[in-house]
Design a protein around this ligand. Structure first.
Ligand code: PLP
Length: 313
């Protein structure tokens, strides 16, 4: 597939140069987008979301992101008026307006507020969609990706699936936020959260893989079904690396040969320290590098790509 690549592309309207937003049917420059302070999306974290990336002028796995977003919305009874086809066209138009060829594209469905004169119940609202496109975001800087991420096992336990299904991408991030502060205080970059039984779950914005003796494993529960996680699982199959989806204990994590994080914001990237223990001579490990290189090489070649319709401005 030929990619629609245009590194010199700029927003046709300069007001969109910093990014573009969509709010409940209307497009606007990013800086003009506002949500009402009475919205339960803000007051109750009553919102689900998704984030897809654009690289070299093409969306990555847009169908998978739209399917996951729809599942998150339906499971939480947050259903906006737009169909999936309308959301797809809206996202193309957002990128076209921004002129970005590498972008972080977020879409949220918010509860809204109870309509005037109705009881304060979520059924009395009209959920609505907002979205925005900004320059591509990485969870950690390119320098940290190069040297390897320093991670800790956080003391905060991940909110259990029994309370909130992690497969529905949500804003309940108190555990993740406390983990980020703890990592910072301990001189690390990122926390990994365990569940109440002491098994690995995920971290703020990423899924986790451990590698032992050439065998890859990633947790099977209390995690978001990451699109990059799915991609890494597919890449393992292509590269002939056995990959298991199963419970992963904290002990396995701490004794891993290699640890890999996966996220839309940065792709697969390696961990070189866990609770201060150094892995792979303090450099991202060989299998991590193979997976990371394969991911970017295949994306560049148009794998799972949907070229942006820049004509939609
Ligand atoms: N887990 C959590 C909690 C996340 O927030 C994210 C992404 O934001 C991920 C995992 C990775 O998912 P994806 O690969 O779809 O970006």
């Amino acid at each position: 597939m030929t990619l629609h690549t245009s590194p010199t592309r700029t927003a046709t309207d300069p007001r969109y140069a910093g990014g573009a937003a969509y709010m409940d049917g209307t497009f606007m420059p990013l800086g003009e987008a506002r949500i009402p302070i009475t919205d339960w999306g803000y007051r109750r974290s009553d919102v689900v979301y998704d984030v897809v990336s654009v690289w070299d002028g093409a969306f990555f796995r847009l169908d998978d992101h739209l399917t996951r977003f729809r599942a998150s919305m339906e499971a939480t009874r947050l259903v906006p008026r737009e169909t999936d086809d309308e959301i797809r066209t809206m996202l193309h138009r957002l990128i076209a307006l921004s002129g970005l060829t590498e972008s972080y594209v977020a879409m949220d469905c918010l509860r809204g507020a109870p309509l005037p004169g109705t009881a304060r119940h979520p059924k009395n609202t009209r959920p609505y969609l907002i979205a925005f496109a900004i320059p591509y975001v990485r969870l950690v800087s390119p320098e940290i990706i190069e040297r390897g991420t320093h991670a800790i096992v956080a003391s905060a336990v991940r909110i259990p699936d029994a309370s909130l299904d992690a497969r529905h991408k949500n804003f309940h991030w108190a555990d993740m936020t406390s983990g980020l502060f703890e990592a910072d205080e301990r001189g690390a970059d990122m926390p990994i959260l365990l569940d109440a039984a002491g098994n690995v779950t995920e971290g703020p914005g990423f899924n986790v893989f451990v590698i032992h003796d050439g065998r890859v494993a990633t947790p099977d529960s209390n995690v978001l079904g990451g699109i990059t996680r799915l991609t890494v699982i597919e890449l393992c199959a292509e590269l002939g690396l056995p990959c298991d989806v199963r419970p992963v204990s904290a002990e396995e994590l701490r004794n891993a040969d290699e640890i890999l994080f996966s996220s839309t914001s940065g792709g697969p990237f390696g961990v070189t320290r866990i609770d201060g223990r150094i892995l792979s001579n303090d450099r991202p490990g060989p299998l991590t590098n193979r997976l990371r290189e394969a991911y970017w090489a295949k994306r560049k070649a148009g794998w799972h790509a949907e070229p942006v319709r820049y004509d939609l401005v």
